[in-house]
Design a protein around this ligand. Structure first.
Ligand SMILES: Cc1cc2nc3c(=O)[nH]c(=O)nc-3n(C[C@H](O)[C@H](O)[C@H](O)COP(=O)(O)O)c2cc1C
Length: 213
């Protein structure tokens, strides 16, 4: 009996593993740079919203959101919509959705599969309304990208850079009719494990994103 249960558990693990591998890279759409209200109106509308409609983001909205957050806006030099100290580009975006989590690859403007687990509850960490959002963007800093290495000054710099990415998200949302809130709360240990982060990578902020209710 125990042996059968063991085999069943191994079988289920294998199936789960295969499912994760079977997740496909998602090619994002080119950003629509004409959309949205004026910058001043986006600033006037910017606010934290914590209620989300039960509706997935369209591929165009997801594509535009990620490009606005930290996409490449000067392809000839590879620079981004968000500045970073010494152009370290140390903030990565993990996209947590019901079907699993992906890593945003800005260079290819695509989403690379990480896990088939829904990690929105790990980002919620008790603030249950977060799981109503179809997408939670987890901002992860890779301290190894700083030439100075990991120290108190570099951590402060990383926090500044993450804040700018988060504000890009907020202004895209207020300017294009979506809802978001910047959050420091999250289960960092679970996210670190499930997103397969290395010892130099730290979850630093997150932004649930959806349509307002
Ligand atoms: C660094 C940072 C961390 C935050 N963490 C949370 C959080 O964990 N949960 C939450 O509901 N709001 C969080 N907020 C949102 C603030 O509560 C919110 O910005 C503040 O109340 C002002 O409201 P406003 O954004 O509508 O102007 C955070 C904001 C910042 C800037």
């Amino acid at each position: 009996m125990m042996k059968k249960l063991g085999l069943l558990a191994i079988g289920l693990c294998l199936i789960a593993g295969l499912n994760a591998q079977e997740m496909k890279t998602i090619k994002l759409k080119a950003p629509d740079k004409q959309r949205g209200v004026s910058v001043m109106e986006a600033l006037a509308k910017r606010q934290s919203i914590r209620e989300f409609a039960n509706k997935p983001l369209s591929l165009q909205d997801l594509s535009d959101l990620l490009w606005a957050a930290n996409g490449i806006n000067r392809p000839e030099i590879g620079y981004r919509t968000a500045p970073s100290a010494l152009n370290s580009q140390e903030i990565d975006l993990y996209v947590c959705m019901e079907e699993g989590a992906y890593l945003y690859n800005a260079k290819e403007h695509e989403l690379r599969p990480v896990t088939n687990e829904d990690l929105r509850s790990a980002a919620a960490a008790g603030q249950d309304w977060v799981t109503d959002a179809p997408v939670v963007l987890v901002l992860v800093v890779d301290m190894a990208r700083f030439k100075s290495g990991d120290n108190a000054g570099a951590r402060m710099t990383a926090a500044c850079d993450a804040g700018i990415v988060s504000q890009n998200i907020a202004l895209f949302c207020s300017g294009c009719g979506l809802a978001t809130v910047p959050r420091g709360t999250m289960d960092k240990a679970r996210l670190t494990e499930k997103l397969k982060l290395t010892s130099s990578q730290l979850p630093i902020l997150n932004n649930p994103v959806g349509y307002a209710k």
